[in-house]
Ligand binder design. Sequence first.
Ligand SMILES: [Zn+2]
Length: 348
Amino acid sequence: MLTVYSDRHTLHHARAEPFGGTVVEPFECPQRAEYVLARVREVGLGPVTPPADHGLGPVLRVHDAGYVQFLQTVWADWTAAGFSGQVTPSVWPGRTMPFRRPSSHIEARVGYYALCGETGIVEGTWEAAYWSAQTALTALDAVLGGDRAAFALCRPPGHHAPRDQFGGYCFLNNAAIAAQAALDHGAQRVAVLDVDFHHGNGTQEIFYDRSDVLFLSLHGTPDQAYPYFMGWEDETGHGAGEGFTVNYPLPEGTPYSVWKQALERALDRIRAYAPDLLVISLGLDTYEHDPISFFRLTGDDYRDTGALLAGVDLPTLFVMEGGYAVDDLGVNTVNVLQGFETAAGDRP
Ligand SMILES: [Zn+2]
């Protein structure tokens, strides 16, 4: 299986994250992608290639142009205002202060485009996010070109980013950009299955009123888990998209036996939809030792997961999302990919 990887992800390295009343080193860190890459090479999963540049066109098919321009210029505007350190949102148009008109001050613009407050921006964030999206697009090229599957080792991740907001460590929605690009290249239907521990609120928002993308997400119940305000079972799509969003919220302590039942239901729904392409938002924070999540999956469970994903027999694009038990992230991620390849009869 081809892996696409850009070392430019290291340009995004936030220094601080508010967490439980303290400030900590961000859970989302460059070592994550480096450990996954090391494991890909260690087991000889297949070739590793840098992304090709597809330009901003495919990004703007999914994201708001004003938001993209904000990401490109926020660091310069932040430092020009006399601020230093990382860009950190601190003010929002909250529930009792609905947004009425834009403010030109950078602090207000950061709040307008911020989903939440844990995600810092540094000088190289835009470049890293841009190449993360290109990574997904390049891996998509391989699948559209006939590969059974490809792995986009994206960092920063993307699934929390809606059309015009950043947060949850995400800036550009790599999986959504790839799904839209597949449609633009002639696919009729694409399924995006999000197996990250957290609900893929960004992907859901982007495709909520559409029937050409089926979005399914298995995740910690919003009653207990980030992003808290989305991901309930009764969010099923809107208008033409009614019935094409499917959420499987699961409680604290969910073991693989229960998680797997939800996965099998999701895979049955995907089979009925009969898409041309399956995009997997691949987060490994369902792991029993993940520091910010509460499911109980083990390393071996990921091999079984990969085999189940192969069982739907579709061209499959894996897009890296979360996973914060960094020491085990490489093994767990590659277990999914190896489990897939073994079951697909496509051994490296
Ligand atoms: Zn996650």
